[in-house]
Every structure is written in structure tokens, then in C-alpha cells.
Write a new protein. Structure first.
Length: 350
């Protein structure tokens, strides 16, 4: 088991390195030893298989992806020179300091200075036509919706609002992330919340990795943790208990479990059978962890945070970056309370 743990550490080598954390084989083994003995080697083997399918972005790769994004946007909008595109680019800084966006924008600033001799603060000197919202992951879409909603209603220098410019096309709103989920539709949610038709089709997306998690669209890869319905009593009781505990009208229970015949073929896990076993272990242990908590937020679920009105087991994100772990990932990876030792330490996640 130690060799598998060492291979995992080699991939996760720079996770939170800037916070003086270092992945070691002992740390990984201490984490997996919290599971049933018969499952421990299987968990590490399957997790290593998942990591080898590109679900972790280290800092160097993150830097290359951000540079590729800038080049791609310049090409997409027909600029012959990237330096000219930057004169019309507005890199939105909407999240609080210390969140993923601020970390990524610092990296973008360094990239721009070293490659094009321009600071991020000097971008948009001719216009701010291309408004670029950068983040690591768009999972539930709650953060992006919240911050973009506030930005859209701001007045521009001509007395109108950003939403007016986006809808009429004088401003292009771009959401660029390392990882995008297919289920959240922040455009439609912004349309409803701002009561403004037209915004729903105006957001352009760029991403490196796509998590196909929409429960009704055909041919979704379901490349996240999405268990089948055959679950032990404690899992079903947790799910049923959500409607009694939450002040929200509960919906989406019909999407709580995956059809056992989907996806076809299996493209992420090592086999369909190993997928079921891995998911079942994570959801059962996640329920055990949360049942031991003294207090839970409405959106906290064994497979990760989700829209609090959804009567499901969580978002189930299987994607990680050097900077942080999403709280939409299964709690076994990042929970650090009631005597559970996390695999990934977290910062600025509440």
C-alpha cells in the first residue's frame, strides 16, 4: 500500500505547497486507514487510477492553461496580436482576497508581465469589451452566479449597466475555468433573479476539463461520484431526512441516484463494478461523518456541497488543483472535524 501512496503523492506533489503542506505516504495511509480494512488498498488503487486520468492540475499546468486561455481568447475574437487583445480585456476581480480567483489573477498578472510586458492593471486601456471571469471550478455555479449578479447590475461609465452592455453585445462576458460542470446553468438563473431576458445566452465559457453531470442530457459521461440506488439504510435515511431538516422546499430527489446502466461505456473509473464499489464507500463513509457532526449547513452532503434545495447526496466533484479542494467534492477528501482526518487540507472554504 505504501508504493501506491507514494505514487499518489508524486501526482499531488505541490498541493498547498505554498501553505507549507507536503503530501507524504504516511499522510495518505493515515487517511485511508479510517476506512474499513478490506477497502483500504482498493480505495488507494482506484484513486490513483482517477488521478492518472487528469483530475489534478498542478501549478505548472495551471500556469500553462491560463496562458493558453489568453492566447485562445485573442484568437477566438480575431486579434492578430495578443498585446492588442489585452488592451480590450478586463479581468474581473469579484471574489474576496484569498479565494481561488485572487490566486489565479496573481498568476495571470505574472504571466502577462513575463510574456507580454503588461500588468493586469494596465489591461483594458482602450476598452473593457471582454470581461473575463476566471476561477478554478464551476460546479454548482453558486459563487459565479452570486458575484456576476452583483457585477451585472453595476453602472458603467455611460450611465447604463453592465447587463445592458452584455445583452446588446457591446461587452462580451467570458467565464474561464479549469473545470466546468454541465448541470449548472447560471445564465438561466441570472435571467430569473435579475428578471432580464437575454442574459441567459450571452455568457461564453472556456474550460479545460468538463464534468458531464447533467442527469437528463443524453450520453453524459457521469465522470463524478454518482451512486446507484442500492444503498444501505443509513444512506437512505440521510437522504429522506433532508426534507424534514431543511427550511428549503426540497426538489430533485429523482436525480439522487444514477441509472445503473449509465454511463455506457465507463470512461473514468477502472471498471463499472469498481465505480459502484468506490462510490458506495465514499457515500456511506460521508454519511457517517456528517451524522457525527454537531451542526450542518443546509448545503452540506456526503458527496459534497450542493444547492440546498436539492434532495440529493451532493455534487460529487472529482477534480482538484494545487491551490485548493472544492467543497463540492466528497467530504471524505476534505472534512476536518469530529475526528476525521482529511486527505486535502482546505483554506477559505468556511
Amino acid at each position: 500500500m505504501k508504493k501506491i501512496a507514494e505514487d499518489i503523492c508524486e501526482i499531488l506533489h505541490d498541493y498547498h505547497a505554498e501553505h507549507d503542506f507536503k503530501f507524504t505516504a504516511n499522510h495518505v495511509i493515515n487517511w485511508v486507514n479510517q476506512f474499513d480494512p478490506t477497502d483500504r488498498e482498493f480505495i488507494l488503487t482506484e484513486f490513483l487510477h482517477l488521478l492518472n486520468h487528469g483530475i489534478y492540475i498542478d501549478k505548472n499546468k495551471g500556469r500553462r492553461l491560463l496562458l493558453s486561455c489568453i492566447k485562445g481568447l485573442a484568437s477566438q475574437f480575431k486579434f492578430d496580436e495578443i498585446s492588442e487583445f489585452l488592451k480590450h480585456a478586463d479581468f474581473l476581480s469579484l471574489q474576496p482576497s484569498g479565494k481561488s480567483q485572487s490566486i489565479l489573477l496573481e498568476m495571470v498578472d505574472d504571466i502577462l508581465i513575463k510574456n507580454y510586458g503588461v500588468e493586469i492593471a494596465k489591461c483594458g486601456s482602450k476598452s473593457k469589451k471582454y470581461a473575463i471571469y476566471i476561477d478554478d471550478i464551476l460546479a454548482t455555479g453558486n459563487s459565479a452566479r452570486k458575484y456576476l449578479k452583483d457585477w451585472l447590475v453595476l453602472k458603467n461609465s455611460f450611465g447604463g449597466k453592465n447587463i445592458d452592455d452584455v445583452i446588446n453585445g457591446t461587452k462580451i462576458l467570458i467565464v474561464s475555468v479549469f473545470c466546468l460542470h454541465t448541470w449548472p446553468d447560471i445564465g438561466m438563473r441570472l435571467k430569473r433573479e435579475l428578471d432580464r431576458s437575454g442574459i441567459e445566452n450571452k455568457i461564453k465559457y472556456r474550460y479545460h476539463y468538463l464534468i458531464e453531470n447533467h442527469p437528463t442530457k443524453p450520453n453524459q459521461r457521469f465522470n463524478f461520484t454518482y451512486p446507484v440506488k442500492n444503498q444501505p439504510k443509513e444512506v437512505l435515511e440521510f437522504l429522506d431526512g433532508l426534507k424534514d431538516k431543511s427550511p428549503w422546499p426540497m426538489t430533485k430527489k429523482e436525480y439522487a441516484f444514477r441509472n445503473s446502466e449509465r454511463p455506457e461505456p465507463e470512461s473514468l473509473f477502472s471498471s463499472a463494478a469498481n465505480r459502484v464499489r468506490f462510490e458506495n464507500i465514499l457515500v456511506k463513509k460521508g454519511v457517517e461523518i456528517l451524522n457525527g457532526a454537531t451542526k450542518l449547513n443546509d448545503n452540506q452532503r456526503p458527496l459534497g456541497n450542493i444547492n440546498p434545495s436539492f434532495q440529493t447526496l451532493g455534487t460529487g466533484t472529482l477534480f482538484f488543483t494545487w491551490a485548493n479542494v472544492s467543497n463540492t467534492s466528497p467530504v471524505v477528501f476534505w472534512w476536518g472535524f469530529n475526528n476525521w482526518q482529511y486527505l486535502f487540507p482546505i483554506v477559505n472554504r468556511g
